[in-house]
Design a protein around this ligand. Structure first.
Ligand SMILES: NC(=O)c1ccc[n+]([C@@H]2O[C@H](COP(=O)([O-])OP(=O)(O)OC[C@H]3O[C@@H](n4cnc5c(N)ncnc54)[C@H](OP(=O)(O)O)[C@@H]3O)[C@@H](O)[C@H]2O)c1
Length: 266
């Protein structure tokens, strides 16, 4: 399986490293396309595959073409790739907000997969939602799912609208977690801990709580009930969160992110 990654930035490099590390492809079968000679040279130094500067030299012959450039660079990319993509090739785009209909139309090709990864993909702990056009075969979908799985977990969604929803939940999600962590670190320093102690207390608490949750069959509500005893400290915190409408605020934030994702895709 010959893979071409277009764009060797954060995500392009993450995929290249993950595919090679997982032995899902060999360096011989991996190609990267950059747009400047400087970037071609910088990418070549990583020794992850063959690096090209001209789409005409690397698009033909690829089985899977991964588009990992910024959405604002997509019009120029479409222009550069026009007429090069063949109908049997599978195009996988991770560009936020670039719709399947646009990819199909601009690249004039039927086999399109759209995916939304997130930042922890960099350490193999990512979450990726993906969907595809009907023309992508089951075998091709499995191949792409195997590629995406080298960066973490994946979920296939039937409707493209679910990609906008996943953008709001798992795509932007790491920022929500950091927001909550940062608030707790502020509370910890206000209570007299040094910043280093606050960081340790909070990060280890998040790590432990998520791991405990993952290893059990219990829901978040079950676990809250286990921590919070009647008239105790956790219950006092829960009452304060309720009065501050913290839960409603987080839900409203996620909905706002989903609405913005829909807007950007128009
Ligand atoms: N980062 C994330 O966590 C994340 C999560 C979900 C989705 N995404 C999506 O992933 C995509 C890439 O994000 P990123 O963070 O990896 O961006 P990035 O670090 O800016 O990398 C984009 C790369 O694309 C290159 N490029 C632009 N136009 C090109 C062209 N015509 N041909 C070849 N290369 C080209 C850029 O080259 P130069 O170096 O020359 O500028 C740059 O190296 C975006 O569409 C984003 O929406 C990212």
């Amino acid at each position: 399986m010959k893979i071409l990654i277009v764009g060797g930035g954060n995500m392009g490099l993450t995929y290249a490293r993950s595919f090679v590390r997982a032995h899902i492809t060999s360096r011989l079968d991996l190609r990267l396309l950059a747009r400047s000679p400087q970037r071609v040279a910088a990418l070549a130094a990583h020794e992850l595959g063959t690096v090209w500067g001209d789409p005409a030299q690397c698009v033909p012959g690829a089985d899977i073409i991964i588009l990992a450039v910024k959405p604002q660079d997509s019009p120029a990319l479409f222009e550069a790739m026009r007429g090069l993509v063949q109908p049997h090739q599978v195009v996988l785009s991770i560009m936020a907000g670039v719709r399947i209909a646009t990819l199909r139309e601009e690249l004039r090709t039927p086999k399109v997969i759209r995916a939304m990864p997130n930042l922890p993909a960099q350490i193999g702990m990512g979450m990726t939602a993906f969907t595809s056009t009907d023309e992508v075969t089951r075998a091709e979908l499995v191949q792409v799912q195997n590629l995406l799985s080298t960066t973490g977990k994946t979920v296939y969604v039937e409707e493209e609208s679910a990609i906008d929803a996943a953008t709001a939940i798992s795509g932007s999600g790491p920022a929500y977690v950091y927001y909550c962590m940062d608030a707790l670190m502020t509370a910890a320093t206000q209570m007299g801990f040094t910043p280093a102690e606050a960081e340790l207390l909070v990060s280890q608490t998040f790590r432990g709580a998520v791991e405990l949750y993952s290893q059990s069959g219990l829901s978040c509500t079950d676990w809250i009930a286990k921590v919070a005893s009647k008239g105790g400290t956790t219950e006092a915190a829960m009452h304060a969160f309720g009065a501050g409408q913290v839960r409603e605020g987080l839900v409203a934030g996620a909905v706002a992110a989903r609405d913005r994702a829909e807007e950007l895709g128009k």
